[in-house]
Design a protein around this ligand. Structure first.
Ligand code: FMN
Length: 217
């Protein structure tokens, strides 16, 4: 698939078919994704691919943690966001609403519980990083995630990055037996999109370039 086409077409998928994804396909997607650049080529990413009964177990544990702690999807900022940014999030949620109404689901519940369940995808990809790295290395994880979502799209698969699970990192580590010194950075749902579900018709907007770029010459 043409790269520019993939960049324009890709979007987060929030409803999946239960069909399993062959292990060889996941391997090929990850093999291509790790072509991503990283500082000093340290490749600080450590993937966990969770499938089958283990994925169901993980989802159940996350749902339980969500019910207990009630930490929702949010920007996770250290200060309140400047209005410009807050408005972007609100506009995105507004854009999703008609599709969620069509599905007769409550938006908060759909997104929070959906995220904990990787939106029903058969595969959960989790990316960890050794705690020796500084937070600056999150950039490398962000880049590999970017490659991953595009490569998966080129394979006809859907993805949704799941940052919410960061709030439940201890539970994730416990259920998957992850060593103390490995930190959960981000997760992603992976599977075949269920195109019958209205939410998958939603495509998020982007600001015009003049709102996000300042030219200095
Ligand atoms: C770091 C990161 C964390 C995210 N976490 C979540 C999440 O927990 N739940 C969710 O439904 N979507 C999540 N998303 C998906 C974003 O909402 C989505 O990328 C954004 O709205 C733009 O839409 P698009 O991916 O369809 O282009 C996350 C995306 C990123 C990059």
């Amino acid at each position: 698939m043409d790269l520019l086409k993939a960049v324009q077409e890709r979007k987060s998928i929030r409803a999946f078919k239960p069909d399993p994804v062959p292990r060889e396909t996941i391997e090929e997607i990850l093999r291509l994704s790790i072509h991503a650049p990283s500082a000093i080529n340290l490749q600080p990413w450590e993937f966990q691919v969770v499938m089958g009964e283990e994925k169901e177990r993980l989802s159940r544990r996350l749902m339980k943690a969500y019910r207990e702690k009630q930490i929702s999807c949010g920007p996770g900022t250290v200060k309140p966001l400047p209005r410009t940014f807050g408005k972007r999030g609100a506009k995105t949620l507004e854009g999703m609403k008609p599709f969620l109404d069509e599905m007769k689901v409550q938006p908060d519940q759909f997104i929070n519980e959906g995220s904990c369940n990787f939106y029903g995808a058969p595969v959960a990809i989790l990316i960890f990083q050794d705690d020796s790295f500084s937070k600056g290395s999150y950039v490398d994880i962000g880049i590999v995630l970017g490659y991953f979502v595009l490569v998966a799209h080129a394979f006809g698969l859907g993805t949704c990055p799941i940052g919410l699970i960061n709030a439940y990192g201890d539970e994730v580590k416990d259920v998957l037996n992850i060593p103390e010194n490995k930190g959960l950075v981000i997760g992603a749902a992976l599977g075949y999109p269920d195109w019958e579900k209205p939410i998958n018709r939603f495509k998020s907007y982007r600001e015009n370039l003049d709102k996000v770029v300042r030219w200095v010459e």
